[in-house]
Design a protein around this ligand. Structure first.
Ligand code: PGA
Length: 279
């Protein structure tokens, strides 16, 4: 990890931080889980049986097959839905076997999509160019993006975290004018972009960076975004669980969490939500 203080990136005056408190985001990334439709229904029912969150935004990202069940069960709640993927080649419809478009997701009632998750980069070879196209398609249809970034363990050990993140974030520069800034009145802020900093070596491993390291990287991301004239809430992801959520939630620059494994148990997920409710 680069422990050096964040270098001044440029002489910019951009300051678009919201004046009112950002409501944190707690997002469940269920990946290719649970294993069956009935387990998914059970998990959804367990989640909606918990008291609703008041001070944070809660979002679930089931796989495409389970979106419809989730939509039905979540209908009376304020829990939002996200998709885990979208088509990079086209934003509407056409001959793209196996794909789902931004337009189809919006038409269905999904407001957010995860882009750039390390599992997609790693197992499906998603390059920066593919991710750029996905973001372009999402924004073209007014679908908000949860953009995941983070370094591998090798890069972490080689203290390349800042460089890796800078490269991953650089594809956002061309979208700056499409990302609305928070207004300075009391209107609720509906971000078009959330960033999720997820060190690859922390995903599903039970390992997490130290709190100082998380702060350092979030600070770096926030500085970098401001040089692009972009403001986006920055979530932390990677082995967030019911035990470490409180400490992570207390960090000033952490605006929420992207949660994998621990979101598959309603009790753990609820405790993580509670940690961010108290932020
Ligand atoms: P994890 O996954 O919480 O199981 O580490 C996080 C993610 O991949 O988004």
């Amino acid at each position: 990890m680069d422990n050096q203080p964040v270098a001044p990136l440029s002489s910019h005056n951009f300051s678009a931080k919201p004046t009112t408190k950002v409501k944190p985001w707690v997002v469940a990334n269920w990946k290719m889980n649970p294993g069956t439709q009935s387990d998914c229904q059970q998990l959804l029912n367990d989640i909606v049986s918990k008291p609703p969150a008041k001070h944070c935004n809660v979002m679930l990202a089931p796989n495409f097959l389970y979106l419809s069940t989730a939509k039905q069960i979540l209908v009376q709640t304020n829990i939002q839905l996200a998709a885990q993927n979208l088509c990079s080649e086209h934003d509407s419809n056409g001959a793209f076997t196996g794909e789902i478009s931004a337009n189809q997701l919006v038409d269905f009632g999904v407001n957010f999509v995860i882009v750039g998750h390390s599992e997609r980069r790693q197992y499906y070879g998603e390059t920066n160019e593919v991710l750029r196209q996905k973001i372009q398609n999402a924004f073209a249809k007014n679908l908000s993006v949860i953009f995941c970034i983070g370094e591998t363990h090798e890069q972490y050990l080689a203290t390349q975290t800042h460089q890796v993140i800078e490269k991953q974030l650089s594809i956002l520069t061309e979208f700056a004018s499409q990302i609305p800034l928070p207004s300075h009145d009391k209107t609720p802020f509906n971000p078009k972009l959330l960033i999720a900093y997820e060190p690859v070596w922390a995903i599903g491993t039970g390992l997490t960076p130290s709190l100082d390291e998380i702060e350092n990287v979030h600070n770096y991301i926030s500085e970098l975004l401001s040089t692009f004239e972009i403001y986006a809430p920055i979530l932390y992801g990677g082995s967030v669980n019911e035990k470490n959520a409180k400490e992570i939630a207390k960090l000033l620059l952490v605006d929420g969490a992207l949660v994998g494994g621990a979101s598959l148990k309603a009790d753990s997920f609820y405790q993580i939500i509670n940690a961010f409710e108290q932020k």
